[in-house]
Design a protein around this ligand. Structure first.
Ligand code: HT9
Ligand code: FE2
Length: 375
């Protein structure tokens, strides 16, 4: 047995995710949960519902989170980290509030949260913090005393997140026909968000054109492209592009869209494209539909060979990274000197979101940040 690792002051980890439907009857109520008060056009909702129905009404995201939970538990057990791992979602069962109620009943007092989103943005960070605040307020209204919650820092540039994606891109390239491989371009993709949300993503000092959201993705894309060049000796041109846009057409969102990008590359004579979904932690619906279904159909129509590289999912290197992030944060909370691990040009992200980080359009209480009312 390895020596026990010290996660104090934390007594549990909470995996916090999006949630997804698990059958046809879940699809509409799930979409109602996602879009409550968010002004997403009905047309878009019908369309997104169809994407789910195409897959029997089942999103792959819940099974992927179950696999990640198992990978985390295995890694922790193997390394002597005695920290129970729970799971709660924003939009579907197991719901965050129910999980936090269960954690309260089990006596947990200080919980660290791992969100299944690696980057800064309102949707990927503050919205989860708002969900945590809502859940804590609900439990207090029930007369309970829920645990204090902290959130792990953004892990986009942690080697345990980047390295599996480098392997994924190398595998995707190797899978292309040899005659088009050397000339292949890499399209790094992420979720499009309104440009106004991108420009205000991250701490106030990173606000500006594209904000922390775009800067962080560019940092990861560059790391992967550099590693691919080192390992193959080929300099594959690359670009950061976007997918899964919603919202009203007159509101600007990040562009170009992956499908337009494929058209443009094809017209420019590019012989093949690897689509690398660096914005997503696992192969959920945005990947299976927007890339594997829609973008691949576009590529087929163009006669452009494409491959889609793997997301990190339950890779043991990612599970190990989570353990390292927990130990690093726990040591920092105990007042120890720690050297946070990060690749790339941006350096390690902040542990606690400062005031003004990824602001909401309509301010609401958010937990696990410097502006938290639950400190
Ligand atoms: C940045 C970002 C991530 C990555 C970070 C993270 O992972 O958190 C992400 C993940 C996800 N988004 C998901 C699903 C949806 N997102 C929607 C809507 C939206 N996403 C947005 C942004 C993001 N979204 C935005 C700005 C909107 C519009 C307004 C709003 O509502 O904030 C809608 C409504 C319909 C539509 O507009 O498409 C759905 C159904 C699923 C589950 C997939 C599955 O079931 O496998 C996942 C993992
Ligand atoms: Fe989304």
């Amino acid at each position: 047995m390895p020596d026990a690792l010290d996660a104090t002051p934390y007594d549990a980890l909470l995996l916090l995710s999006f949630g997804g439907p698990e059958g046809p009857d879940d699809v509409v109520p799930f979409l109602e949960n996602v879009t409550r008060g968010r002004g997403i056009p009905k047309e878009r909702l019908k369309e997104v519902g169809q994407h789910y129905f195409l897959f029997g009404g089942v999103s792959p995201i819940n099974d992927q989170n179950r696999a990640l939970l198992q990978a985390l538990r295995e890694d922790f057990a193997e390394h002597g980290l005695n920290l129970p791992v729970y799971w709660g979602n924003r939009n579907w069962a197991p719901y965050l509030t129910d999980t936090l109620r269960e954690m309260t009943a089990a006596g947990h007092r200080r919980v660290l949260v791992l969100a299944t989103s690696a980057y800064a943005s309102y949707s990927g960070c503050r919205q989860y913090r708002e969900n945590l605040a809502d859940a804590l307020a609900t439990l207090r209204a029930e007369g309970l005393e829920p645990p204090a919650v902290d959130k792990l820092r953004h892990y986009f540039n942690h080697p345990g997140f980047v390295e599996p994606m480098i392997d994924g891109v190398l595998r995707a390239l190797a899978d292309l026909p040899e005659d088009v491989r050397t000339g292949a371009h890499i399209a790094f993709t992420t979720h499009s968000i309104p440009t106004a949300a991108a420009d205000t993503s991250g701490p106030v000092e990173s606000h500006g054109d594209g904000g922390a959201y775009v800067a962080q993705h560019l940092d990861v894309a560059r790391l992967i492209a550099d590693a691919v060049r080192e390992r193959t000796g080929v300099d594959h041109p690359w670009q950061l592009v976007y997918q899964s846009r919603s919202g009203a057409p007159h509101i600007p969102w990040l562009e170009p869209d992956i499908c337009d990008h494929l058209e443009e590359r094809h017209a420019a004579g590019v012989p093949a494209v690897v689509m690398a979904p660096i914005g997503f932690v696992s192969d959920h619906m945005e990947v299976l539909y927007d890339l594997d279904t829609e973008a691949k159909a576009k590529a087929e129509e163009l006669g452009l060979p494409v491959r889609r590289s793997a997301t990190v999912g339950a890779d043991p290197r990612f599970a190990a990274a989570v353990r390292e992030l927990i130990l690093e944060r726990a040591a920092a909370e105990r007042g120890r000197e720690v050297t946070p691990c990060a690749l790339g040009a941006l350096g390690p992200s902040h542990n606690v979101c400062p005031v003004g980080c990824c602001p909401a359009r309509a301010p609401r209480p958010a937990a696990a940040g410097a502006d938290s009312p639950f400190a």
